[in-house]
Every structure is written in structure tokens, then in C-alpha cells.
Design a binder for this molecule. Structure first.
Ligand code: CMC
Length: 378
């Protein structure tokens, strides 16, 4: 039965009923469980926001402390996972390493008890706690170093930066990194979240859910765009080259990375906050010449494509923030995944609460009654 016309990319077609987050693409508003992103970025922490998304309400002081405590003490990864990661090729993309490692967790925790709230909580804690450790471990191992053990005295974001850079991070950098995680944690029915929900709907384990979402996030039209933005800014190289670069993209009908969004027709509110965060970092740690180029890009793209509703998205300024923190370019998308795992898990839990397996239809436009031609006659 075909109930509606075919819409490429399922544009405008609801895939779920959800109370986790909301976007108003015309006004540039993003809310998590009804709370504006600007307010959470200013007042909350990543773990508190993750709790809000997954369990639906802001935690009490005791609830938050208990959650933080559990996450803190589940950060270590098994030696066998670490040894497995050591065998990965150093030249491989860290998103592939992360996807394989997240899936491997399912081998160690293979019991599936999807109706048990304790199982849900344990899985949530384990995934949120270990994903940053896996990202940092792969980064150190591909450089030939041993991974650094998590430090229980550091909070979530400071510990990640410590594991990555092998030194205690600057407090401003750690605070800004935590805000970046808040900004990336959830964003309605995007491609990776859809992927997570489809996988969840088969009642498989949460590690498979997260692994499938990580695979989806990696593409350049989704989370992978942040990496491509920096490559693009480097390629442009100077403010004078911006206009010819944009003109050339438009001539070739090529997409300009970090611009445009299926839902936002104004500047993404997360891009506005990220731009402010980048400026705070530049003030403390020195200017980045690519920021000038980025500002000129925003001006030129707005002039040329503003009428089509093409403005900077979340990926446009995030790379400049991460660069200033010394995070390598190909870790930008894994960092996005560190945040987004909590959003995927909120959707996993919501999907399980009223599950029906995803099984859409298609419009078949192939042949019928085709003959089988023997191989020697083809
Ligand atoms: N540069 C130039 N033109 C663009 C861009 C862009 N970045 N984005 C959209 N357009 C134009 C597109 O050419 C089309 O024009 P026309 O109607 O004349 O053919 C129109 O805008 C609609 O584009 P679309 O490709 O149909 O839009 P979509 O909703 O399918 O795609 C998108 C959304 C995000 C994939 C797209 O804007 C894009 O490829 N952007 C660049 C990659 C990027 O920055 N991705 C990150 C997305 S936000 C974070 C995330 O999801 O992870």
C-alpha cells in the first residue's frame, strides 16, 4: 500500500513521535525537553543535559551526583578491547575505530534485558563513560603511545582532554569543551538518530544501536562535515580567495561544507554559540587566521545563498573551537559522537517504550517477469 508520494530523503515525513527535542527551523530555536539550548549551554553540564534527555527531567542534586559517580567509575575499557584497538591500522579513520569498538562492547555485555530499567541504566552509563576513553585510546595508540588511564578526580570533559593530550587541560578549555558536548548531544530526527531508532526497533542490544549510529554520523553530509570545513578553510588559505572559491562551488553545483540544513532556514543557533566560544578561546590562547576566512565565508555565502535559507550550521564553527584545543581534525567527528551518544540513547529508550519495527515501503520501478539469461549468452 502506498500512502503518500515518494519524498527523497524522507523530507518532511515524521519517522517517530518524540518528546526529546524540538527545532523551529524558521526562528532558529532548539530545545531539549522544552529547555532552550542557550540556557542549557549557559547553566548546565553535559552529564546533567544527558540525564535530562534520557530520563526526561532535570535530575535532583542527589540524582545527578549518583549519575556522575556511576559514569566516573565506568570509564575504564577492558584490556581486550584495548588490545583489539591496538590491532587497528593507524591510518584508519577514528570513526571506523569507534564504530568497531562500540560494537565490540556488545560481545562483552551480550545479555539483553530490554524491559529492565537497571539494564537500560547500566548500558547508558557504560556507553557514555567508555566512548571518550575509546576515542582517546585510539588516538594515542595510533601515535605509538600507550593509552592514558582515566582520572577519577577529573570531571567528564576535563578527563577526556586529559586522556587525549596526556596533560591536565586548561579549565576554560575544559568548560568550553563541555558546552560543545551540550550543543551536539541531540538534534531531533537526523540521519544518525534515525539509524539508531531503526536499529533499536529490531530489539537488538544498545551497542549495535550506537555502532550503527556512529557509522551514519561519519558521512560528510552529516557529522563528517566539521572535518571538511577545516580542510576547506585550509584550502582557501586567505580572505581574498573566499569569493572565487564560493563562486566556483556554485558554478559546479558543489555543496559548501558547514552551510545549509534540512530544517534550519536561518543561522543554526548552535553555530552562534560555537562562534562565541571560538572567540573566547582566541582571546585566551591566540587568534586563528582561519577565523578571518570563516567570517568572510559567512558573509559571502549569506550574500549569495541567504535567499535560499543557506546559513552556517553546527559544523561550521565547531572545528575552529576544537582546533584551538589541539584536537586533531579527524577526531572532530568522534568528538561529535561522544556527545551524540546520549541523544541516541534517549531515542533508544523512547523507541523501546512504544516499539514497532521500522519497515517502510518502496516504490518499485524495476522490471517484472524478466527472463533468466544463461551466462554464456550474456
Ligand atoms: N552549499 C551550496 N548550496 C547548498 C548547500 C550548501 N552547503 N546546502 C544546500 N544548498 C542548496 C542546494 O544546492 C539546493 O539548491 P537548488 O534548490 O537550487 O537545487 C538547495 O540548497 C536545497 O539543498 P538540498 O541538498 O536539497 O538540501 P538537503 O536538505 O537535502 O541537505 C544538507 C541538507 C545539510 C545535507 C546540505 O545543506 C549540505 O549538503 N550541506 C553541506 C554539508 C554540511 O554542512 N552538513 C552538515 C549538516 S548539519 C549537521 C549534521 O547534520 O550533522
Amino acid at each position: 500500500m502506498t500512502v503518500c508520494e515518494f519524498r527523497p530523503g524522507l523530507e518532511g515525513i515524521p519517522a517517530a513521535q518524540s518528546s526529546i527535542s524540538h527545532v523551529d527551523g524558521q526562528k532558529g530555536i532548539l530545545e531539549y525537553r522544552g529547555i532552550r539550548i542557550e540556557e542549557l549551554a549557559e547553566k548546565s553540564t553535559f552529564l546533567e543535559t544527558a540525564y535530562l534527555l534520557i530520563w526526561g527531567e532535570l535530575p535532583t542534586k542527589e540524582e545527578l551526583e549518583a549519575f556522575e559517580h556511576e559514569v566516573r567509575f565506568h570509564r575504564r575499557i577492558k584490556y581486550r578491547i584495548r588490545d583489539m584497538m591496538k590491532c587497528f591500522p593507524e591510518s584508519g579513520h577514528p570513526m571506523d575505530a569507534l564504530q568497531a569498538s562500540a560494537a565490540a562492547l556488545g560481545l562483552f555485555y551480550s545479555l539483553r534485558d530490554l524491559h529492565n530499567p537497571a539494564y537500560i541504566r547500566d548500558s547508558v552509563v557504560r556507553l557514555i563513560a567508555t566512548i571518550p576513553t575509546m576515542v582517546a585510546a585510539f588516538q594515542l595508540m595510533r601515535k605509538g603511545n600507550d593509552p592514558v588511564k582515566p582520572r577519577d578526580d577529573l570531571d567528564y570533559s576535563a578527563n577526556f582532554l586529559y586522556m587525549l593530550n596526556e596533560k591536565e587541560p586548561d579549565p576554560l578549555a575544559a568548560k568550553i569543551f563541555d558546552i560543545c558536548l551540550i550543543l551536539h548531544v541531540e538534534h531531533t530526527m537526523n540521519a544518525s538518530t534515525f539509524s539508531a531508532r531503526v536499529t533499536a526497533s529490531t530489539l537488538t542490544d544498545p551497542y549495535a544501536v550506537v555502532a550503527s549510529a556512529v557509522g551514519t554520523l561519519g558521512g560528510p553530509l552529516h557529522g563528517g562535515a566539521n572535518e571538511e570545513v577545516i580542510q576547506m578553510l585550509e584550502e582557501i588559505g586567505s580572505v581574498e580567495n573566499v569569493r572565487p572559491y564560493v563562486d566556483n562551488c556554485l558554478e559546479r553545483k558543489a555543496k559548501i561544507m558547514g552551510f545549509g540544513h534540512r530544517v534550519y532556514k536561518v543561522k543554526d543557533p548552535r553555530a552562534t554559540i560555537l562562534q562565541t566560544l571560538a572567540e573566547q578561546l582566541f582571546e585566551k590562547f591566540g587568534y586563528d587566521k582561519y577565523y578571518e576566512i570563516a567570517l568572510e565565508m559567512e558573509r559571502v555565502v549569506e550574500e549569495k545563498l541567504g535567499s535560499k535559507g543557506i546559513y552556517p550550521n553546527v559544523d561550521f564553527y565547531s572545528g575552529l573551537v576544537y582546533r584551538k584545543m589541539g584536537i586533531p581534525t579527524d577526531l572532530f567527528t568522534p568528538v561529535f559522537a561522544i556527545a551524540r551518544v546520549a541523544g541516541w540513547l534517549a531515542h533508544w529508550k523512547e523507541q523501546l517504550a512504544e516499539n514497532r519495527i521500522f519497515r517502510p515501503t518502496q516504490i518499485y520501478d524495476g522490471r517484472h517477469e524478466a527472463p533468466y539469461i544463461p551466462i554464456e549468452q550474456r
